[in-house]
Design a binder for this molecule. Structure first.
Ligand code: PHE
Length: 344
């Protein structure tokens, strides 16, 4: 047998190296089995002791036991080290610090069109008007016919109508909120004082037109309602919406359901009337269409035109929001770009 004490010294070196190289608990256990477990190399040496000359036995036995004890001590401390490392890794993964403040969700806010609509509604409610609604998919009868557009009237083309396929071919996406005038008068008797806000649809798209936009309709019917009442109401509406000192201008116009009809301009809110890009150097901005209810419309709802008169108006909500906020492209409202929307 080659020098047993050299063998033990080599086992010690190899055992220490194997323990140092082990990275996991099972690698560590494998090293233990190989070198100093019950059937490990050190045990084999101890078993062979009997065949050694008597004077060597004691020294070899003591040396083998000392090496086994040393390897066991190293094993224990490596095992503790590996377990600690695994614990730390696990904690890093599952770390939960209950003292951290919560992450606040940034609060959203209403869309500028929805806000402008609410503001317009609030002004008219204060002036004694109640709110009515109607369907977005509307009958041709309400959108056109009862509003005194005859079937082949060219104004139907002017409206850039979206027609909806249906059995009777009589459905459209409403092109304005005026059908709510008819729906309201069909179910109530005068006096009528209503506004009707809602989405409307026209096949039209550029920097000042969007295929879907919003209007607020107004209708007042009673005995002795005159054009002066319309002017007074709209003047007050503009004062409450745009502030004092903004004169209005009524320009003659045409709608089949009002007579006389007018388009109403407000003094340019950007330049104050001196002329700018927004008002195209006219000093005025168009904000709505209006007029006295045409007696023919009363005929469709069974109101006596000898007894009652009324006025109606319809304003574009996007238009008013653009003027209030100095926005030059209507499409910004519908692109959902947070950088735009968060400014309001
Ligand atoms: N409905 C018209 C439009 O959309 C506006 C209007 C409403 C005009 C009421 C007169 C009276 O253009």
């Amino acid at each position: 047998m080659p020098g047993t004490s050299e063998q033990i010294a080599r086992l010690r070196e190899e055992g220490l190296a194997a323990l140092a190289a082990a990275c996991t608990e099972s690698e560590l256990l494998a090293a233990k089995g190989r070198f100093f477990g019950k059937k490990g190399a050190v045990s084999e040496i101890l078993k062979g002791i009997a065949s050694l000359p008597a004077e060597e036995r004691k020294a070899v036995g003591a040396e083998a036991n000392r090496v086994r004890a040393e390897l066991e001590a190293v094993f224990d401390s490596r095992l503790a080290g590996i377990r600690e490392g695994e614990r730390l890794a696990r904690e890093g993964r599952d770390r939960l610090d209950v003292t951290l403040p919560g992450r606040a969700l940034p609060p959203g806010h209403r869309h500028p069109i929805s806000r402008t609509m609410s503001d317009i509604i609030a002004v008219f409610r204060r002036l004694g008007f109640s709110v009515q609604g109607g369907p977005d998919v509307e009958k041709d009868y309400y959108n056109f016919e009862a509003l005194n557009f005859p079937p082949e009237h060219p104004a139907r083309d002017m409206q850039d109508t979206f027609y909806v396929e249906s059995r009777d071919g009589d459905l459209v996406l409403r092109t304005h909120t005026s059908p709510i005038q008819i729906r309201t008068m069909e179910k109530t008797r005068p006096p009528v004082r209503i506004i009707a806000p809602g989405a409307v649809y026209r096949s039209d798209s550029d920097i000042t037109h969007s295929p879907m936009f919003h209007q607020v309709e107004g209708l007042a019917v009673d005995r002795d309602i005159t054009f002066a009442d319309l002017k007074g109401l709209l003047t007050e509406f503009c004062r409450m919406t745009f502030g004092p000192g903004k004169p209005l201008r009524f320009r003659p116009s045409y709608f089949p359901f009002t007579e006389p009809s007018a388009e109403v301009d407000i003094r340019c809110v950007i330049c104050g009337g001196s002329g700018c890009r927004v008002c195209k150097d006219t000093g005025w901005l168009e904000i709505l269409g209006a007029g006295m209810v045409d007696p023919a419309v009363f005929g469709f709802v069974g109101y006596d035109p000898e007894e009652y008169t009324g006025f109606a108006f319809g304003m574009g909500v996007e238009r008013i929001a653009m003027l209030r906020h100095g926005i030059s492209d209507i499409r910004l409202f519908f692109e959902n770009d947070i950088r735009f929307l968060s400014q309001f």
